[in-house]
Design a protein around this ligand. Structure first.
Ligand SMILES: NC(=O)c1ccc[n+]([C@@H]2O[C@H](COP(=O)([O-])OP(=O)(O)OC[C@H]3O[C@@H](n4cnc5c(N)ncnc54)[C@H](O)[C@@H]3O)[C@@H](O)[C@H]2O)c1
Length: 426
C-alpha cells in the first residue's frame, strides 16, 4: 500500500514515519522545502522521542520519502492522510484555508479507488459540507469512485509514537463502505485498535466532545480553587480523595490551559452550536474562566505586594506543557498582559527557548540568577528544571513573593525562605 501524508509537522511527520516503520511505503508532503530536505537526509527536525531512529531507518530503506510535490505523491498513492493545521481567527471562527487548499490539490490528483482520510480537528459537518464538494469538482463521485473518512488525531507531542500504537483510532466515513475502508486502512497502517463510529460527523464530534470535557473539567476545578483559596483549604489534597469513588474524574487547577487543542477546539463547537441556535454557556464560560486564571493570579499577587507598579516580575516558562518547546496559546501570554496592565516590569525565563526566540514571542528574556534580583516570580510551566529552586538566595537578592501557577513547590519551603507563597487552590 502506498500512502501520502500531507503535512510534515509535529503530528504529520511522526504519523508518516510510524506507518513507514510498519513496512508501508509513505510519501510525506510539505510546502516547507528545508523541512523536506532535512527529512530526506534522514534527519529529524522536531523533538519527539523515538522519531529520529525511525526517520533514519525509513529513509535509508526507501519506505519514507519527503516531497514538496503533493499532487504527484497523491497520484501515486492508494490512500492520503491530511494533517495540516486548521486555525482560529480573532472572532474564534475556524479558518479552513490551509485545508481547503490541500483539498484542491487532492482533487487535482484524485483517481478512482483513492481513500482520503482527514485527521485535522474541524467542526461537525466540515468534511461533508466543505471538503467533499471540492473533491467532487474532479468529476468523480464520493462513496462510489473514491472514499472519504475522518479520523481525528488524538495524540500528544513528545508521546506521539506511543499514543499512535496505544490510543484507539476513531474512524467515521462518508457512507458505510467508506467507514469500513477507513477502519481497514488504520488497522493495517497503525496496528492499533480501531473504533468505527459510522459517519464523518460522529468522528468529528467525538474529538470535539473529548476536548470540551477536558476544558470544562479544568474550569470546574479552577473555579473551585478560588473558593478553596478563600477558605484556606488545599484543593490538591481534596481532589485525589474525591476521585476514589470511581465517579469523579477531576483534573487539577492551574494558571491556565495552553496548547493547540484545549484553548481552540471548544470554539469549533461553541460557534457552530450558536449558528444552530444553541448557546453552550457552560463551554463558553469554561473557556473564559480558564483564560481568566492568569489575571486572577496576577490580581492576588498585586494584592499581596501593594500593587505591582514598577515591580520586576519574572515569568517562569513559555512552553504550554513541561519539557516541550511549544508556546502555542501558552498562559504566559495572558500572564504578561495582566502584568503589563498592572504596570509591572515583565521578564520571562524558559531554557527551552533562546533569548532571541523569547524576544520574538514578545517578552524580555530574564535570568533566574539575575544579579538585580526579582520582586516576584510567577510559575507558568512546571518544567523539571524549576522543581529545585534556591529560594533563599533569590530572597537575599530581593525576591518577595512567589506565585506557583502549577503547585510545583512546597509552600512551607518557600515561606521558610521568608517569601510570600501563592498557590492555586491552596
Ligand atoms: N502539536 C500538537 O501538540 C498537536 C496536538 C494535537 C493536535 N494537533 C493538531 O494536529 C494538526 C497538525 O498540527 P501540527 O502540530 O502537526 O502542525 P505543525 O504546525 O507542526 O505542522 C503543520 C505542517 O503543515 C505544513 N503545511 C502547511 N500548509 C501546507 C500545505 N498547503 N501543504 C502541505 N503542507 C502544508 C507546514 O509547513 C507544517 O510543516 C492541527 O490540527 C493541530 O491543531 C497538534
Amino acid at each position: 500500500m502506498r500512502i501520502a501524508v500531507v503535512g510534515a509537522g509535529k503530528m504529520g511527520l511522526p504519523l508518516a514515519a510510524f506507518m513507514a516503520s510498519r513496512d508501508l511505503t509513505v510519501a510525506v508532503c510539505d510546502i516547507d522545502e528545508n523541512l523536506v530536505n532535512e527529512i530526506n537526509a534522514g534527519r529529524c527536525p522536531i523533538d519527539e522521542p523515538g522519531l529520529p531512529e525511525i526517520i533514519t531507518k525509513g529513509v535509508a530503506n526507501g519506505d519514507l520519502v519527503a516531497t514538496t510535490d503533493t499532487v504527484e505523491a497523491i497520484c501515486q498513492a492508494d490512500a492520503v492522510v491530511i494533517i495540516v493545521p486548521a486555525l482560529i481567527d480573532d472572532q474564534y471562527e475556524i479558518d479552513l484555508s490551509v485545508l481547503e487548499s490541500v483539498t484542491e490539490q487532492v482533487a487535482e490528483a484524485l483517481h478512482p479507488g483513492l481513500l482520503i482520510c482527514y485527521e485535522t480537528t474541524v467542526s461537525v459537518g466540515t468534511v461533508r459540507n466543505v471538503f467533499i464538494p471540492l473533491l467532487e469538482q474532479s468529476g468523480l463521485k464520493c462513496g462510489q469512485d473514491f472514499h472519504v473518512c475522518f479520523s481525528p488525531e488524538r495524540v500528544k507531542s513528545r508521546m506521539v509514537l506511543q499514543r499512535l500504537s496505544e490510543t484507539p483510532k476513531v474512524v467515521g466515513g462518508f457512507n458505510a463502505e467508506s467507514c469500513q475502508l477507513g477502519e481497514e486502512f488504520y488497522s493495517k497502517a497503525l496496528g492499533a485498535e480501531v473504533l468505527g463510529v459510522g459517519t464523518l460527523e460522529a468522528a468529528e464530534f467525538t474529538k470535539l466532545v473529548g476536548m470540551l470535557y477536558r476544558d470544562v473539567n479544568i474550569a470546574l476545578v479552577n473555579q473551585i480553587s478560588r473558593y478553596a483559596e478563600t477558605i484556606g483549604m488545599d484543593l490538591g489534597r481534596i481532589i485525589p480523595a474525591a476521585n476514589t469513588n470511581g465517579e469523579a474524574h477531576l483534573l487539577y487547577p492551574g494558571i491556565g490551559v495552553g496548547g493547540h487543542c484545549a484553548p481552540v477546539y471548544p470554539w469549533f463547537i461553541i460557534q457552530d452550536a450558536q449558528r444552530h441556535g444553541v448557546d453552550l454557556t457552560l463551554a463558553r464560560n469554561s473557556r473564559q474562566l480558564n483564560d481568566g486564571q492568569s489575571e486572577h493570579v496576577v490580581t492576588r499577587l498585586a494584592g499581596e505586594m501593594n500593587g505591582l507598579q514598577g515591580k520586576r516580575v519574572l515569568i517562569l516558562g513559555l512552553a504550554f506543557r513541561p519539557q516541550v518547546k511549544e508556546p502555542a496559546f501558552s498562559p504566559a501570554f495572558l500572564v504578561r498582559d495582566a502584568l503589563v496592565k498592572k504596570e509591572a516590569e515583565v521578564y520571562l525565563h524558559d531554557h527551552h527557548f533562546s533569548d532571541q526566540e523569547i524576544a520574538d514571542f514578545g517578552f524580555r528574556a530574564g535570568q533566574l540568577d539575575s544579579a538585580d534580583g526579582w520582586d516576584a516570580i510567577i510559575l507558568v510551566t512546571g518544567h523539571r528544571r524549576y522543581r529545585e529552586m534556591d529560594f533563599s538566595s533569590m530572597a537575599a537578592k530581593g525576591l518577595k513573593a512567589v506565585a506557583d501557577g502549577r503547585n510545583l513547590w512546597d509552600p512551607e519551603k518557600v515561606r521558610n525562605a521568608g517569601l510570600i507563597y501563592l498557590g492555586i487552590g491552596r
